[in-house]
Design a protein around this ligand. Structure first.
Ligand code: PGA
Length: 267
């Protein structure tokens, strides 16, 4: 059994005070029920400390809801103006970090090679990377979905498994399958379509994690997830939860998504 996850990606929304308030509300709404899923919020960098403090002080106590960041640079420190490193994020209280979100790839030219370096840097800092993969509409229409996603998984994972040092296990990282055409468009993939790609993702991870490790690898769906459609994804045995953008900005909506995911997990 893979433990499901419900992650809220706040993108470039919410100033520190707003983020603190939303995080506190989410923690308060979730308090009182045992967590059957890993729940985490991914605010913008300037709001990390405020959200960390709100989650520590929350009624459910620390550990109910974890903290994640939306990106990192692959060096630990140095003259890289504007960048943020893994050790900095760990020091700010992060447990998770997104790598290769499609908005980074599409809008900021992030390459497959960069995602591999970032995954490795995240692991080195003791963070759990969430490698985001997904095809564009043009790639889907050309029939290239699986080829694109497999390439992204391989490039994202390979550097972390090369060379000396300890090999990461399936619990050290997650993958989020987010078709680009479904992000922020209100147009979601069907659970059956997503599950087919996700099965292919686990297959692509097998050379790195081994057959059992690949089976344990958690893969989330992302792209226009809402309280109204999460049930379909949460129920699918291949899909281990969701990476939620827009709907996570609204605490009540995000909590409904968490609860649906936990309900399916808890049986
Ligand atoms: P969305 O975003 O839920 O607003 O489509 C998902 C994401 O970008 O992670």
């Amino acid at each position: 059994m893979r433990r499901p996850a419900a992650f809220g990606n706040w993108k470039m929304y919410k100033r520190p005070a707003e983020a603190r308030e939303a995080a506190a509300e989410i923690a308060a709404r979730l308090a009182g029920s045992p967590r059957r899923a890993d729940v985490a919020l991914f605010p913008a960098f300037p709001a990390l400390e405020a959200v960390a403090a709100a989650l520590r002080a929350g009624p459910g106590g620390p550990g109910q809801v974890a903290l994640g960041a939306q990106d990192l640079f692959w060096e630990d420190e140095g003259p890289y103006t504007g960048e943020v490193s893994g050790p900095m994020l760990a020091g700010a209280g992060c447990r998770y970090v997104l790598v290769g979100h499609s908005e980074r790839r599409q809008l900021f030219g992030e390459t497959d090679e960069a995602t591999g370096r970032k995954v490795r840097a995240a692991l080195r800092a003791g963070l759990v990377p969430v490698l985001c993969v997904g095809e564009t509409l043009a790639e889907r229409e050309a029939g290239d979905t699986e080829a694109v996603v497999v390439r992204q998984v391989r490039s994202g994972l390979a550097p972390a498994f090369e060379g000396p040092g300890e090999r990461p296990g399936p619990l050290d990282l997650l993958v989020a399958y987010e078709p680009v055409w479904a992000i922020g468009t209100g147009r979601n993939a069907s659970a059956a379509d997503a599950a087919q790609v996700i099965a292919r993702i686990r297959e692509a991870a097998r050379p790195f994690l081994g057959p059992e490790g690949a089976q344990q690898l958690r893969v989330l769906y992302g792209g226009s997830v809402k309280p109204e459609n999460i049930g379909e994804f949460a129920r699918h045995p291949e899909i281990d939860g969701a990476l939620v953008g827009g709907a996570s900005l609204e605490p009540a909506a995000f909590v409904r998504i968490v609860e649906e995911i936990e309900q399916e997990a808890g049986g």
